[in-house]
Ligand binder design. Structure first.
Ligand code: FCB
Length: 457
């Protein structure tokens, strides 16, 4: 398969070697879609507070209403059903079910997820939950220092065990964390995300507490449920911009800081030596037994893949070539990295079954008067990445499912509502959802796959 093929030149539903029981899904997260920020006893999160700080969110928006999914979940599940999804990945808002992040549970919060799970199951869609998609209960941040406190690992484990106890028998999977690299680095080192700190040492310590929380939560949930348990990591494979020793070394370090820093402790029970050396005095304090707690057997690994990172040591750095273009986030479209990365992970870590838990693009979508959104760019992106995924599977990567990010346009963190990733267009004034052309394409793709499956192809 040639990745430079013109994607629109072939049939959108050309046969792909996806296994018959492949999971076709879409992803969202609580903070980005639910709204209902102060309803039914929900506690505030660090993102509610971050939005209120001037200058943090590019369009000065907030998450009070977002996509109002809290009140529209039945309609949104109907959209998923129309798409033909057989799986949906959502996240649970910790402060909705436990407003202070410790102590009392909020029954009204649990009731929301209870009915969402029922709605999904009734529609034949398997629910995949994530426990932490960045919306830390604000009380934990204010009272104990959030992820900077080692105690958070036990609070998180209590929360995880309670979710597993209540919902474990109806969830297809539970992921502990979504993208701990973003939580630590963007939240505590660059300050781009909540809570907006700017300290490398803090970020390193936070990353260790996140991993410890993951390990403790895995242990606590194992005692409660037989459902699939795992973690979701974001991988943006780095490539040296030029074949120089300097670029190779810089790319290797970038790989250490982003991919190996999380994969090595989870799968190998150690932090990468080159990154520890790089961090020097900023390396995290690790107590005896921590790494054993972190290295828990996983039932699946979730990988979020959007783009690659071109690493250049020139000043100014060489720009990414972008032969296939860039998304509205400015991210280079480079599907080959997905194939290569999945094969590399398979080789180096012998991971459990992999799910692509996020993949998608922001596109400058426009809803036309005829009610259509002609997002050709997104269709091309989808097609190229599904081809790249098929390549990886054909060459031995054990990938069991694909979740498009995102079901509908939503709150894109510090970009506010300006970036649109959805298969469905969201009109934020009316909360009207409109299927984009890419939704029609994905629907046809899934249906064709199902038909082939029926014929035993
Ligand atoms: C990922 C996040 C997700 C969304 C996409 C675009 O890093 O997990 O919430 O913002 O990026």
């Amino acid at each position: 398969m040639n990745h430079n093929d013109n994607p629109s030149a072939s049939n959108p539903c050309d046969a792909q070697p996806f296994p018959p029981d492949f999971v076709w899904g879409s992803s969202t997260s609580a903070q980005q879609i639910e709204g209902a920020a102060a309803i039914d006893g929900r506690g505030a999160s660090i993102w509610d507070a971050f939005c209120a700080e001037p200058g943090r969110i590019k369009d000065a928006s907030n998450v009070d209403i977002a996509c109002d999914h809290y009140h529209r979940s039945a309609d949104d599940v109907a959209l998923m059903h129309w798409l033909g999804l057989n799986a949906y990945r959502f996240s649970i808002s910790w402060s909705r079910v436990q407003p202070q992040g410790r102590g009392a549970w909020n029954e009204a919060g649990f009731a929301f997820y209870d009915q969402l799970i029922d709605q999904l199951l009734q529609a034949g869609i398997t629910p995949h939950a994530t426990l932490y998609h960045w919306d830390l209960p604000l009380a934990l941040d204010r009272d104990i220092g959030g992820w900077l406190s080692r105690d958070i690992a036990e609070h998180f484990a209590d929360y995880a065990a309670e979710v597993a106890r209540r919902f474990g028998d109806r969830l297809a999977s539970i992921a502990t964390l979504n993208e701990p690299w973003c939580v630590a680095t963007l939240g505590y080192e660059t300050g781009q995300f909540a809570p907006g700190h700017t300290s490398r040492a803090e970020a390193a310590q936070v990353s260790h507490h996140l991993l410890l929380a993951h390990g403790r939560a895995m242990q606590a949930m194992r005692a409660q449920t037989g459902t699939g348990l795992g973690v979701v990591l974001n991988h943006t494979p780095p490539y040296p911009a030029e074949p120089t020793e300097a670029d190779r070394r810089a790319a290797r370090l970038n790989d250490g800081l982003t991919t190996r820093w999380y994969m090595d402790p989870v799968f190998l029970g150690q932090y990468p030596a080159d990154v520890l050396e790089h961090l020097g005095a900023d390396a995290p304090r690790v107590e005896t037994g921590d790494l054993d707690a972190i290295r828990q057997p996983l039932d699946f690994l979730g990988i979020n893949f959007y783009t690659r990172k071109l690493v250049s040591t020139r000043v100014p750095p060489l720009p990414a070539p972008g032969a296939l273009g860039f998304t509205d986030m400015g991210w280079e479209i480079y599907p080959l990295a997905l194939t290569q990365h999945l094969l590399r992970i398979t080789r180096e870590y012998t991971p459990p079954p992999i799910y692509i838990t996020e993949n998608g693009m922001a596109n400058p979508d426009v809803l036309l008067a005829d009610g259509r959104v002609h997002d050709v760019g997104r269709i091309n992106y989808l097609r190229l990445h599904l081809q790249a995924l098929a390549q990886a599977i054909a060459q031995g990567a054990d990938v069991r499912g694909y979740f498009y990010w995102s079901l509908l346009d939503n709150f894109e963190w510090d970009s506010g509502y300006a970036k649109r990733f959805g298969l469905f267009h969201t009109d934020y004034a009316t909360q009207q959802r409109t299927a984009k052309d890419s939704a029609h394409w994905y629907r046809e793709f899934i249906a064709t796959h199902a038909k082939q499956r029926g014929q035993g192809v």
